[in-house]
Ligand binder design. Structure first.
Ligand SMILES: [Fe+2]
Length: 262
């Protein structure tokens, strides 16, 4: 397994080597790690992660009711929405340069709202999108893994971005993000990502779309567990992996870009 980290800035600029590396990482490993130097908005993501250390529940926003976003979380959401669209645009340019199999999606990218229009009204709301906006099926979650776990699954979406904050300690009993590479090996992604970097997967909607391209990108199987081969557990929010230490587990932000409209 060889991991080549790719610059988000170079992907945004559609630099051919960066595009090539981005696509080959996704197809060979099932994920890509991107550096985000030079993007000032990454501070909001780092601040959101730092703040998430104080959470006492598994996820924000909660399942049961509308969450109240902090200004920092809104800014983190906007940054990840922008970055996920940079990644999607680059993948489409690299895999379908003439737009023969992705013209609707490319049009959606062009028509998508400016991030300043998110969180209506006036950027102060608690739902990121108005009904019917392009990509309004997208969402994010802030997770604290002292309080939960995710069994192996594939994401039903176009692109997922994960940013993580970890406390480095000599222990093997921490919950970690694992992805199963196409050659069937579980890879611990937390061990490979440095602060300020992001992890990208493609999901089932992108897999379906990529059937029309020269390179098919399968949705990667992933989980957040201590041992990726441990048996599946009934998921109850606020119950951590029983094998994990009781504190200092990872916190993360996961953003899911979906072209469905709510
Ligand atoms: Fe997922």
């Amino acid at each position: 397994m060889s991991i080549t980290k790719v610059s988000l800035r170079e992907i945004e600029q559609l630099q051919p080597t960066a595009l090539h590396n981005f696509i080959s990482q996704l197809s060979q490993n099932g994920f890509a790690i991107l550096t985000t130097d030079g993007f000032p908005e990454r501070q909001a993501i780092l601040d959101t992660l730092a703040k998430a250390r104080a959470m006492t529940t598994f996820r924000f926003p909660p399942h049961e009711h509308l969450g109240t976003y902090s200004e920092q979380q809104r800014e983190a959401f906007k940054a990840l929405f922008k970055w996920s669209k940079i990644c999607l645009r680059a993948l489409l340019k690299g895999l379908d340069p003439l737009g023969e199999n992705s013209s609707l999606l490319q049009k959606s990218l062009l028509q998508s709202v400016n991030i300043t229009e998110l969180f209506p009204p006036n950027g102060l709301g608690n739902e990121p999108f108005s009904k019917g906006m392009k990509f309004s099926g997208s969402f994010f979650n802030v997770f604290h893994y002292d309080f939960g776990l995710l069994n192996a699954h594939r994401d039903r979406c176009l692109i997922t971005i994960v940013a993580v904050d970890q406390i480095m300690e000599e222990t093997t009993s921490k919950t970690a993000l694992w992805a199963k590479s196409p050659d069937d090996i579980w890879i611990n992604l937390d061990e490979r990502v440095d602060p300020g970097e992001i992890i990208i997967f493609t999901g089932e909607d992108f897999e379906q779309l990529s059937e029309g391209f020269n390179i098919k990108l399968p949705a990667v199987l992933h989980c957040t567990r201590v041992d990726p081969n441990a048996e599946r557990l009934i998921l109850l929010d606020d119950l951590p992996d029983p094998e994990s230490s009781s504190h200092n587990n990872r916190v993360s932000v996961a953003f899911v870009l979906s072209d469905s409209m709510m």
